[in-house]
Design a protein around this ligand. Structure first.
Ligand code: PLP
Length: 482
């Protein structure tokens, strides 16, 4: 990943962060390099930071200049830094994220925990049957509805309004899913080299599509155990790296499950807006609150043009229903719809008719989905506690997945590689990060039935015993992660 911006970190501040660098038998320079790496992949040291001069850091740490020079050299060799004449040594992230592609899980006996995608809602079939009876009223027209079916835009606007975010249909654009909506935003609004704040870890599809549009991701540490810590971290990152946009999942983030508090989200929304950052708010899981009421929309209380909210029926209803949307101010919707029109004239009409019914009936759809996910989450949490007692999870209050912390010595990549032949598909931790972060993490979706979740944990427990302490394999083909 390219360098973002060049802010210096004073030698004494970096020295304080490096003081506890574990040596555990390794040479001092290697321990320093390892600690800097940790600080970069967790976002504590932003990408783009200029490291102090070797002489200054050596003095602040009380080590020789050769030690610091060797640590910097190691960072350069590993792709975590580069040195340019005149501007010193600048931190960056290596581009060694595992490649990913969709893993076919439609094989009998295979348990799919690679994708956080539930089976279809029981209300999907009836909605399509009903849509089919109404389709012929559209036959005399062209069948193209470039901004979306008016009835669907209206149903979505009504739902936002009822939830405290006043919205008119001309503020809604229909897309082929939430991913499509976000990709459209990057395509239309990002210029090459623009910085985008992203939670770290984040949804890999978003990281990828930002990068494909020429954007540079600036990782901001996110943690389900302390979700509101994101606010200060994002404020600092916004100040340091002057991002043009942010991509956030305030509600049950993928993969952490983190939920920003009502006050926290108001503060973060206001801060980013004041700093001139346009925030893309991904609400694909926002309605999947399992233990309480959904939080207020992130966009509530801000000018409409301050945010672009993207959403879809993919998680509440089914990933096979390719209908999503974005919501922002009407002028921006108009602009985005022109860009969308260059690549697709319309989302399928039958799908939009079915989606209109489902949006109007979304409370019924969600009641069923939430019951299912709550039961499955509890089964998965109990199975992990019983069979994998030294794995640690923060139980999310909604969403689709746990973000497990693995015990020392267990590699997520190694688990993923060993699980596939045992009929268990996983998405390793590193695909959710930038650089090489999160090999000590595994996302465990609770989107499969209870029996499959229990057998998945049986497999994981067996592999845990076998693999503990083995080295991380180099990048393995992993999944297209949802
Ligand atoms: C956070 C997040 N956003 C967007 C998407 C893509 O959604 P869609 O299938 O509606 O394009 C996913 C899929 O898993 C997701 O997890």
């Amino acid at each position: 990943m390219p360098v973002v911006v060049e802010q210096s970190t004073p030698a004494h501040e970096l020295a304080a962060q490096l003081r506890d660098a574990e040596t555990s038998g390794a040479p001092r320079y290697a321990a320093l390099a390892r600690r800097v790496r940790e600080l970069v992949v967790t976002g504590e040291l932003p990408v783009g930071t200029r490291l102090p001069a070797e002489r200054d850091l050596a003095a602040a740490l009380g080590v020789s200049r050769v030690t610091v020079a060797s640590a910097y050299r190691t960072l350069r060799e590993e792709g975590f830094a580069r040195t340019r004449h005149g501007s010193g040594t600048v931190l960056e992230l290596p581009e060694d994220r595992p490649a990913w592609q969709w893993q076919s899980a439609d094989v009998p006996g295979v348990v799919d925990l690679a994708h956080a995608a539930p089976p279809a809602s029981p209300l999907l079939g009836p909605a399509y049957a009903d849509a089919l009876t109404r389709l012929d009223t559209h036959f005399p027209g062209s069948g193209y509805v470039p901004m979306g079916l008016p009835a669907l835009r209206e149903a979505l606007a009504d739902r936002f309004t009822a939830q405290g975010l006043p919205t008119t249909p001309d503020q809604v654009l229909v897309t082929s899913g939430a991913g499509d909506a976000a990709a459209l935003v990057w395509e239309a609004l990002l210029e090459t080299g623009d910085r985008v704040l992203v939670e770290h870890p984040s949804y890999p599809g978003a990281i990828r599509s930002i990068e494909l549009s020429g954007g540079r991701c600036v990782p901001v540490p996110a943690d389900a155990a302390d979700p509101d810590a994101l606010i200060e971290a994002a404020r600092l990152a916004a100040r340091q790296s002057a991002p043009r946009m942010a991509y956030l999942m305030p509600d049950f983030a993928n993969p952490t499950g983190a939920l920003l508090s009502p006050t926290g989200r108001r503060r973060l929304a206001a801060t980013l807006w004041q700093q001139g950052v346009l925030t893309v708010v991904d609400e694909v899981a926002a309605e999947l609150a399992l233990d309480g009421d959904p939080a207020p929309h992130f966009a509530a209380g801000l000018p409409d043009a301050a945010t672009i909210t993207v959403g879809a029926l993919s998680k509440a209803v089914w990933g096979g229903l390719r209908v999503g949307w974005l919501r922002t101010d009407a002028a921006l919707v108009e602009r985005l719809s022109t860009v969308l029109g260059h690549r697709q004239l319309s989302v399928g009409l039958l799908d939009q008719l079915a989606a209109t019914t489902l949006v109007r009936d979304l409370d019924a759809v969600l009641a069923d989905r939430r019951d299912q996910l709550r039961t499955q989450r509890d089964v998965l949490v109990a199975a992990v506690a019983e069979q994998l007692p030294d794995w640690s999870v923060t139980v999310p209050t909604g969403g689709l997945s746990l973000w497990a912390q693995l015990p020392p010595g267990l590699s997520s990549a190694a688990l993923t590689a060993a699980a596939a032949p045992a009929g268990l598909l996983l998405a390793e931790g590193r695909v959710f990060g930038t650089g090489a972060a999160f090999d000590d993490r595994l996302r465990l979706p609770f989107t499969r039935p209870a029996g499959e979740l229990r057998s998945a944990v049986d497999v994981l427990a067996g592999l845990d015993r076998q693999l503990r302490g083995r080295a991380t394999p180099r990048p393995v083909p992993s999944s297209t992660v949802v």
